[in-house]
Design a protein around this ligand. Structure first.
Ligand code: AMP
Ligand code: GLY
Length: 422
């Protein structure tokens, strides 16, 4: 089988490595992939948002199956375009990807179908937003409606700060069209849990839970990033909470999408907060999370391609989705200065024995060398019988990897370890 994977980050590398475990899988093309993914797939220099280019390539190369991993091509209708040419795909169509593409859509869906989330109002008029902020107590959460590279959420500590955020999004166009509408919502507290799930629009098969570490610095300080590390399973996510989430959040969401004529097939990501009043949806993503995928897929014991094809075919209820009862930890190695300004072009060295546990996010191959080319450079994932052993093993591997200006958090999993001890 010839498989095409759209995307070029650590998540895509993790998907590709997992797909390769199936002996039916022949060539995997990664569009565009990256210098590290090139160890495991044939990278083709077609950008992930070049929908016409992707479709042309898929048709010309008689691709049998396509996996569209990132949010932008999904929101832009990459799956619709591939399906129109008869290529079966993993990923939601554009009309379902809107669950991530528009926070206003997602919030209104939850309100309409009684799915627990933070109380909110949406605004497309700046003056109305400013007046509303005057009636709220800080902290106040201001969110740009559209995709904003994970930077469209401001947790304002005062009304003034919330107003500045609204002005920068709605008047100054900080996130372009994405910020023309905003959601202003209640600030929630509690541990966060990421639950990725497979769904064919009917059945929901949650994957093992995980915990992201979004801030750049140790102790959850510094700026928000795409994610600096993950662990799985998440110790806060007990079987009781899982059952409640299935009943109150997962199934209602999938049914709501179907009722709206927007059947969701693919990976639906639930970003949850376990508040004192129960689990609440913080965000939906229409795709695998990154770096969540880098701990979740290494714990998947069932065959990924078989599950994906069952999702596409609408036969997920008959598929086996089984996870290991072990633990995984992933540490992201980034370029110093990420998520703001950072240098690129430093040579990366990884010992041969460590490569199987490395997922490359931002690197390019040049003259037989691997050079840094992004903020998040790579992730190192270890699997072990205990969380502590997984963390120690991931950090031991990190010590063996070198590139200039590397930085990483030293406390990935520390909070989960403490929670697990209680
Ligand atoms: P998002 O881009 O939607 O993932 O939001 C980024 C982060 O902002 C989340 O992971 C939360 O930590 C935080 N956040 C978002 N919404 C809220 C909220 N209503 N209350 C508290 N924290 C929030
Ligand atoms: N790690 C969070 C995300 O993928 O959105």
């Amino acid at each position: 089988m010839k498989i095409l994977v759209v995307g070029g980050g650590g998540r895509e590398h993790a998907i590709i490595k997992k797909l390769k475990e199936n002996p039916e899988v022949g060539t995997i093309y990664a569009l565009p992939g990256n210098g590290g993914i090139a160890r495991d797939a044939q990278c083709v220099n077609i950008g992930a948002t070049d929908i016409d280019g992707i479709v042309r390539f898929a048709v010309e190369n008689a691709v049998d199956y396509a996996v569209v991993a990132p949010d932008d091509p999904l929101v832009l209708g990459c799956v619709d375009a591939l399906e129109a040419r008869g290529i079966p795909c993993f990923g939601p169509r554009a009309n379902a990807a809107i669950i991530e593409g528009s926070k206003v859509f997602a919030k209104n869906l939850m309100k309409k179908y009684g799915i627990p989330t933070a109380a909110y109002e949406t605004f497309d008029d700046l003056d109305a937003a400013l007046s509303y902020i005057d009636t709220q107590d800080a902290p106040i959460v201001v969110k740009a409606d559209g995709l904003a590279l994970g930077k469209g959420v401001i947790i304002a500590q005062s009304r003034e700060e919330a107003k500045e955020a609204a002005v920068s999004m709605m008047r100054d166009g900080k996130f372009g069209k994405s910020g023309a509408r905003v959601v202003i919502e209640e600030f929630l507290t509690g541990p966060e849990v990421s639950v990725l799930s497979f769904t064919d629009g009917e059945t929901v098969a949650p994957m093992i839970s995980s915990m992201d570490h979004k801030r750049a610095g140790d102790g959850d300080t510094g700026l928000n990033t795409g994610g600096m590390g993950t662990i799985a399973p998440n110790p806060y996510y007990t079987p009781e909470i899982a059952a409640r989430c299935m009943e109150q959040i997962f199934l209602p969401t999938v049914r709501a999408m179907k009722a709206e004529g927007r059947e969701f097939r693919g990976c639906l990501y639930f970003g949850l907060m376990l508040t004192p009043k129960g689990p609440r949806v913080i965000e939906y993503n229409c795709r695998f999370g990154d770096p969540e995928t880098q701990v979740v897929l290494p714990l998947l014991e069932s065959d990924l391609l078989t599950i994906m094809r069952a999702v596409t075919a609408g036969t997920l209820k008959d598929a086996e989705v089984r996870f290991s009862d072990r633990h995984a930890a992933c540490v992201i190695m980034a370029s110093r200065g990420y998520p703001v300004a950072y240098e690129k072009g430093y040579e990366i060295t990884v010992p041969d024995a460590v490569w199987p546990r490395v997922f490359v996010a931002g690197a390019k191959a040049q003259d037989g060398r691997l050079l840094t080319s992004g903020g998040r450079v790579l992730g190192v994932t270890a699997v072990a019988d205990t969380l502590r052993a997984a963390i120690d093993s991931a950090y031991a591997d990190v010590e063996t990897i070198h590139f200039d200006n590397a930085f990483y958090r030293r406390d990935i999993g520390a909070r989960a370890l403490k929670a697990g001890e209680r």
